[in-house]
Design a protein around this ligand. Structure first.
Ligand code: TXA
Ligand code: MG
Length: 324
């Protein structure tokens, strides 16, 4: 439903009643429940089919609400919040004792972020407390960046309230920054880049994929389409297509390289445009009835491209090349 003032008020009422609601953020849509309501949190896991060991992000209006769920808020947190909140940066901090186990999958830490979307902020304000929400997709599916994506994933759930706030401007999930260790560590790259974080912190580490068991949702194959997808080196698409007998959908920068029976989805050449389009493109490719998706390696490597490359790597990590 269109996110009118009345719809947001209804959503806040549902959160108060212990129900779950879907709301837009600048990154992807979230499936939210009251952080302090065990039963409601349970429903989020059940609806998503999310593994019980994967903790949730608590969404807050800002530092005041954040401090209700974390046990320690230091100068670094204030600095990061004033530079990047509301925005696509999630901070992992020691959790407050009052937070139920369910909200963090039993972990001693909690992830918090203030989303940069007027509807999300209005919902959090009206509800008056933190809202725990994973991306509003069924577990293992591509994150939703429109209300229609969510409605498609949860078509069998009749009474799910989905606040439609239009397409998500950023389009990929937030940067997850772990502030619990000696050196702040990026567990998941996002639109707040390592370079941007380095301007506010003395040191920033990027956790190796192997070390990211620390953040279960960052496991490989987490952001993948259903159809096997393969990353093709830049400029390598024509040569790769020669080997391809069955029709494919190719996410590429120039459609001139793709001809019948294959189909091209032309991606923007700038990182912001690319990220905003990526999950819709993967969903379109998935719906294309082909047995393989080819993704041309994008042009950049730094800043937001790093996060885009991270998602592409996860989306394409599967079985070895099959050219039949
Ligand atoms: O942009 C986003 O972050 C979106 C929107 C809805 O805010 N949310 C999102 O949630 O992507 P989800 O649940 O799909 O991903 C949350 C990520 C997972 O990788 C999870 O493992 C990690 O954050 N995470 C959550 N709590 C954590 C914690 N206490 N310690 C380490 N990682 C945590
Ligand atoms: Mg997710």
């Amino acid at each position: 439903m269109k996110a009118s003032e009345a719809a947001v008020a209804e959503a806040a009422g549902r959160l108060r009643d212990g129900d779950v609601v879907v709301f837009p953020t600048e990154t992807v849509y979230g499936l939210g429940a009251d952080t302090f309501n065990d039963t409601a949190l349970e429903r989020v896991y059940e609806l998503k089919g999310r593994p019980a060991a994967n903790p949730l992000i608590a969404h807050v209006t800002g530092p005041d609400q954040a401090q209700r769920v974390v046990a320690a808020w230091d100068d670094r947190c204030s600095r990061l919040a004033s530079s990047f909140w509301p925005g696509p940066l999630t901070l992992v901090l020691p959790r407050a004792e009052t937070v139920p186990d369910r909200a963090t999958a039993g972990w001693p830490t909690i992830a918090v972020r203030a989303p940069d979307h007027p509807v999300a902020l209005e919902l959090l304000e009206t509800f008056g407390g933190p809202v725990s929400a994973p991306s509003a997709n069924r577990s293992g599916r591509v994150s939703p960046t429109t209300a229609a994506h969510v409605a498609g994933d949860f078509a069998d759930i009749g009474d799910l309230l989905i606040l439609d706030g239009g397409p998500c401007a950023v389009g990929i999930e937030s940067t997850v920054l772990d502030l619990c260790g000696d050196v702040p560590a990026i567990l998941r790259p996002g639109a707040v880049s390592a370079e941007a974080l380095a301007s506010q912190l003395d040191r920033v580490a990027v956790a190796a994929i192997a070390a990211q068991t620390h953040s279960p949702g960052t496991s490989s194959r987490h952001y993948a389409p259903q159809t096997p997808a393969e990353l093709v080196p830049r400029g390598g698409l024509p040569a790769r297509l020669v080997l391809q007998r069955e029709p494919v959908v190719a996410l590429c920068l120039h459609d001139a390289e793709v001809s019948e029976p294959h189909r091209a989805i032309v991606m923007p050449g700038d990182a912001r445009g690319y990220a905003a389009r990526l999950y819709t493109a993967l969903r379109e490719a998935d719906a294309g009835g082909v047995t393989r998706i080819l993704i041309e390696e994008p042009p950049g490597r730094t800043g937001l491209w790093q996060a885009v490359r991270d998602r592409l790597r996860r989306a394409t990590e599967r079985e070895p090349l099959d050219t039949t």
